[in-house]
Design a binder for this molecule. Structure first.
Ligand code: IPM
Ligand code: MG
Length: 354
């Protein structure tokens, strides 16, 4: 196959970890005889610095023309504690999601056996936990209008807005994932308080008869936050709105002790995007210490989801598992004392893609 990949390294450790994933993609393409072509583009603070816009039109065109997008990270401390900044790196991320129609963020959460003791939870609670979060990504309070300040500046407001059509398309994905796994769908909402949540429930109730094998459960978000910690093995597929999903997926990512290891896929109307779930980790930028595995696993997801090349994805995963099991890892997950650099871990994984 001929693969065209848009590469958006972004900020902080983004460029270093993306470079390792590109090496892995090259290795797997050589192995299976695929041709790959990369187009690099600016995003985030890096784009603000160069062209004053965190998601420039040129980047958007490159993304639209690609078969898949490999994304590093976004965010820069120069903007974080400055509520008056006119333009912020995160606006680039939101604009990108909206313009590419990336309405679903998929985060698989699973356990790497040799790292279980890094979980903040007891081994018996997390061992064999395996679930997927499906987060709505282009609606809700992130994008609802009106948003802003009153004229006197003393009142601020955000709006949570969902249409039935938006709810349907994301919940359809939730049902389909559940049907392809253990047939257990948890719909997380706040239907005891929010009108949008009640529309979610109503919509899911209408859809449920079309998926007779899927068991649907409704859970309030506060309860879900608790249950994720108390009994992570309870979950198979979670589907939820944008902001609840933002919060719960961060919570979910630490359960297995694998924050630096988890990839994600954002899919929707146009080109799909693959990125590690962690952020730009500015303190580590340029030091060659960041863990590249989540980004390399995002490349594996890309082969599986965007290109439907399952064997290629599996080859990457196998090499990653060898690195983890063999202790060929960066300092954040090194258990044996010796830690390796970002590039050493990348090189080891590349060497074992065969
Ligand atoms: C995420 C991030 C973003 C979000 C931020 C950086 C805008 O936290 O991808 O989860 O809130 O969606
Ligand atoms: Mg988040």
């Amino acid at each position: 196959m001929d693969l065209r990949i848009a590469v958006l390294p972004g900020d902080g450790i983004g460029p270093e970890i993306v470079e390792q994933a590109v090496k892995a993609i090259n290795a797997v393409c050589t192995l299976y005889g695929h041709k790959v072509e990369y187009t690099y583009a600016l995003v985030g603070a890096a784009a603000i610095d160069k062209v004053g816009n965190p998601y420039p039109e040129e980047t958007h065109q490159i993304c639209m023309d690609a078969d898949a997008i490999l994304f590093g990270a976004i965010g820069d401390p120069r903007f974080d504690n400055n509520p008056k900044a006119k333009v912020r790196p995160e606006q680039g991320l939101l604009a990108m999601r909206q313009k590419l129609g990336l309405y679903a963020n998929i985060r698989p959460v699973n356990v790497f056996k040799s790292l279980i003791d890094r979980s903040p939870l007891r081994r018996e609670l997390v061992e064999d936990a395996d679930f997927i979060c499906v987060r709505e990504l282009t609606g809700g309070i992130y994008f609802g209008k009106p948003q802003g300040r009153s004229e006197d500046g003393q009142t601020a407001f955000d709006s949570c807005v969902y249409t039935k059509a938006e709810i349907k398309r994301i919940c359809k994905l939730g049902f389909e994932y559940a049907a392809s796994r253990r047939n257990q769908l948890t719909v997380v909402d706040k239907a005891n308080v929010l009108a949008t949540s009640r529309l979610w429930r109503e919509t899911v109730q209408e859809m449920a008869p079309s998926y007779p094998n899927v068991d649907v459960e409704y859970m309030f978000v506060d309860n879900a936050a608790m249950k994720l910690i108390q009994q992570p093995k309870h979950f198979d597929v979670i589907v939820t709105e944008n902001m609840f999903g933002d919060i719960l997926t961060d919570e979910a990512s630490v359960i297995t002790g694998s924050l630096g290891l988890l990839p994600s896929a954002s899919i929707g109307v146009h080109t799909s995007l693959f990125e590690p779930i962690h952020g730009s980790y500015p303190q580590a930028a340029g030091k060659n210490i960041a863990n590249p595995i989540a980004t390399i696993l995002s490349a594996a997801l890309m082969f599986e989801y965007a290109f439907n090349l399952k064997a290629a994805g599996a080859s990457i995963r196998k090499a990653v598992n060898m690195a983890i099991d063999g202790g060929m890892v960066t300092e954040d997950i090194a258990t044996t004392g010796k830690a390796y650099s970002t590039t050493e871990v990348g090189d080891f994984i590349v060497k074992n893609i065969k």
